[in-house]
Write a protein that binds this ligand. Structure first.
Ligand code: SF4
Length: 403
């Protein structure tokens, strides 16, 4: 990342940090934190059972549920659905899981136009190159308003001033025009309420509401998002919002428990009123079950991004420290399971200072530094370690001195 981008990112992070201070220390937040930690631990421990319950509940709610063991399977399923619906434009919402399976790149290679509907993601999409996000809920945190205006003007051939509202208006109109004729939307989800057969989404922009009104709504969600009930899911998304933004709630919490229907005429059920005719959920493993078996704490994450806001390494070098959309030390840890030790090494396994600040600032206290140490131990056995370290080790052995 460029120095000016890092500066803008740090400024955005400082704003979030200051905004959250009071609410993080409130007794209500502390209580919520305890509840969510217990909910997540129980859910991770029983994820296989929850998966089976979710499959049955989705079926009962008329939601198609498909299990994908990896990114290839998930992409294939999505492409088959898109082909069967004969659409060439897809509306997409911000989602780390969709980033993980690189769906935009894949669909582009198949000549399908993917339109990001989240403003931050759309700005990065318009930027075209060097467009990795810098925060899970604020992907364009590293760009200032002048840079964003210039990206919009260059890519859309308009002349918008460097004013957030003016930029928002221009991008919104363009996105709405582009998805106007599309009938298919794709999103992630913040949680699955397994017993209820429901998907829970949080957002501020209203874009997921738009997607859930399209004819077909595809949802891609990891097995780590399986929870037991809607109540559990609401607790989790409230905590996520507090830690991510400092606000108590987002503008929207959508709960989708089936396709659109009505029984307003003689109590006879008719499908397809205003919302999606078809809701299809793809539940993705992609290394998560391996992570649960090996280091289950990895999957306690609720995706708030608090760890990177306070990480000394991330604040200095930015999104080079992390893997795809999974940023910072926890992203490095996940890359071992999504990919392998080599990827983890290349994502910054040895950049971490092991200071533990991320754990202190994590709502569910994920011991990322301990996880990183454990992964270092397994990666060095495969030869993935800074070679200078090996030289120091040999020098100490042979000469009682590292030098
Ligand atoms: S590791 Fe913790 S702080 Fe970081 S995104 Fe996940 S829940 Fe938030």
């Amino acid at each position: 990342m460029k120095e000016n981008e890092l500066e803008s990112m740090r400024k955005s992070f400082k704003t979030v940090y200051e905004k959250r201070k009071q609410i993080l220390n409130s007794p209500q937040t502390k209580k919520l934190q305890e509840n969510v930690l217990a909910i997540k631990k129980e859910a991770i421990e029983h994820y296989r059972e929850l998966l089976e319950i979710a499959k049955d509940s989705f079926k009962a709610n008329d939601i198609d549920c498909i299990f994908a063991k990896d990114d290839i399977e998930a992409r294939d399923v999505i492409y088959d659905i898109i082909k069967s619906e004969d659409v060439d434009t897809v509306a997409k919402s911000k989602s780390n899981t969709l980033g993980e399976i690189a769906i935009s790149k894949y669909l582009k290679s198949k000549n399908i136009d993917v339109v990001e509907t989240d403003l931050g993601d759309r700005i990065l999409q318009l930027k075209g190159t060097d467009n990795k996000p810098t925060h899970p809920t604020g992907p364009a945190s590293h760009l200032n308003v002048a840079q964003i205006a210039s990206i919009v003007n260059d890519s859309m051939d308009v002349n918008v001033e460097a004013d957030p509202k003016a930029i928002m208006k221009v991008v919104r109109e363009d996105v709405l025009n582009r998805i106007n004729t599309s009938t298919l939307g794709i999103s992630g989800a913040n949680a699955i309420a397994s017993e209820d057969g429901s998907l829970v989404f949080i957002h501020n922009e209203g874009n997921i509401s738009l997607i859930s009104l399209m004819k077909t709504h595809i949802v891609v969600v990891g097995i780590d998002k399986l929870l037991r009930t809607i109540e559990d899911a609401i607790s989790l998304v409230k905590l996520e919002t507090i830690y991510a933004t400092g606000s108590k709630v987002t503008s929207y919490i959508n709960i989708v428990s089936g396709p659109s229907k009505t029984a307003d005429i003689e109590k006879k059920l008719i499908k397809n009123m205003y919302g999606a005719e078809k809701v299809i959920v793809i539940i993705l493993d992609n290394g998560r079950s391996e992570a649960i078996a090996d280091i289950d704490d990895c999957l306690l994450c609720i995706g708030c991004g608090s760890c990177i806001v306070t990480c000394p390494v991330y604040n200095v070098i930015g999104n080079e420290f992390g893997f795809n959309n999974y940023l910072g030390g926890r992203g490095v840890a996940m890359s071992k399971f999504i990919e392998d030790n080599e990827t983890s090494y290349n994502s910054g396994l040895y950049m971490c200072t092991l200071c533990g600040l991320c754990t202190i600032n994590c709502p569910v206290a994920i011991p990322t530094n301990e996880i990183i140490e454990k992964i270092r131990s397994s990666s060095q056995k495969e030869g993935f370690y800074p070679k200078k370290h090996g030289k120091f080790r040999d020098n100490i052995k042979n000469r009682n001195s590292p030098y």
